[in-house]
Design a protein around this ligand. Sequence first.
Ligand SMILES: NC(=O)c1ncn([C@@H]2O[C@H](COP(=O)(O)O)[C@@H](O)[C@H]2O)c1NC=O
Length: 507
Amino acid sequence: MKKRALISVSDKTNIEVLAKGLIDNDYEIVSTGGTLKAIQNAGIKARAVEEITGFPEILDGRVKTLHPFIHASLLAKRENNRHQEQLQEISVTPIDLVAVNLYPFKATLEKAGVTEDEIVENIDIGGPTMLRSAAKNYPDVTVVVDPDDYEAVLAAIQTNTLDEAKRKELAAKVFRHTANYDAMIANYFTEEPYPEVLTKTYEKVQTLRYGENPHQTAAFYQDVCHTAGTLAGAKQLHGKELSYNNIQDANAALEIIADFDEPAAVAVKHMNPCGIGIGDTAETAFAGAYDADPVSIFGGIVAVNREIDVKIAKKLSNIFLEIVIAPDFSDDAFAMLTKKKNIRLLELDMTNGNTGKQKITSVMGGMLIQDYDTGKVTEADLEFTTKRKPTAQELENLLFAWKAVKHVKSNAIVLANDKQTIGVGAGQMNRIGAANIAIEQAGEKTKGAVMASDAFFPMPDTVEAAAKAGITAIIQPGGSKRDQDSIDVCNEYGIAMVFTGMRHFKH
Ligand SMILES: NC(=O)c1ncn([C@@H]2O[C@H](COP(=O)(O)O)[C@@H](O)[C@H]2O)c1NC=O
């Protein structure tokens, strides 16, 4: 007796290859409306599903294969006599292979000007139902959801090697596929940012050579939707594959640059900025980021939010860098940078600053989710706490330093002057420790510079250290029981201190 295959596909790629291969291997084909037409147009024999069900396609295609005859023929166990008798009682022939792919829900969501109706109509119901029935019955039924698998499946049929293990692999792929599909639909319907069940879904971008260290395995996954403006949406123009640490650092660079509208450049090492510069042009911004710490930038990652021209490329070429990210590279800049085999160049339109809505951190046994820290302060938000108010120049530096310190691991202190960071104290277990590192790094440049602290000063020691180093203005959240002690020290040394009322912890 001939075997029976049911083909019902939205993406009709290579459908004739599959259909012909099956016919050559003594299958008969049953198919739905558009798929049947495509198969018959290729000169291949196939029967309409209505012939099997005795029921017409109705409700504009909402019901075509949703029929007990179809699901009985998919779910009946071959070794189960009762199942076989019941099939005979209703005169239904078992189906041995199912090739189904689903209505393009994701592509529909991403279509410009799409209507709610169109989105809802692209929720496939009959397809997943057949896929799941066939996958559940994998010991007896082969299920193919991916057109890329047609050839391998045909080859296995041909060589009689389509065993239960292979059918189980195909079934697992189906359940991952339908879970991903349903998660996209669930997320489309869900407005609640923290629903009782979280159905995030990700697709693999690449298996990485190793993780944070060579003895760890790793892979990079991207959100199935919304990758525009993110690292996952970047185009790699040159260089070898990104590593796990590259991805983390590049992401940190993008999160920082997203906070700046004006020309800005950032150099990142180990997820902390070692230099941030802004300016009237990308060239001056990069000069600032470079001069901020010409030592640490070595082996780092640079992101610039404007086109990289040949002048910047020349400077970049003089340093060993892992990655350069920019919205564009001029032709001569690209030619110059690509002479370096090891540098990776990523093109990314970062103007919309899309870092994604939520930040996820894994913890043992679960995960934490929070909004991205998109908090911003302007002059109007500041509380002027000291006798001396900051000058216009100091104020500009303070607001710049505040943007920078937000992206430094806590406890964080940033010193800045003249549109560039000059000292960064990151990730210390006490605030004075972070301040001392920043002050030491800035050296003589501290004179007349400003200081930003990501959280309040629990005691006035950091202010005292700032005063001794020649810092003239400080920005910090305020809110400590001992704020007044810090204010008193500022007044003693003529330092202008402002409170933001907003904390920027980053762990
Ligand atoms: N409603 C049903 O009974 C049904 N059965 C199969 N489909 C889908 O219809 C598509 C194929 O349709 P056609 O062969 O008419 O182009 C496939 O993506 C398949 O998953 C259905 N459509 C949606 O639910």
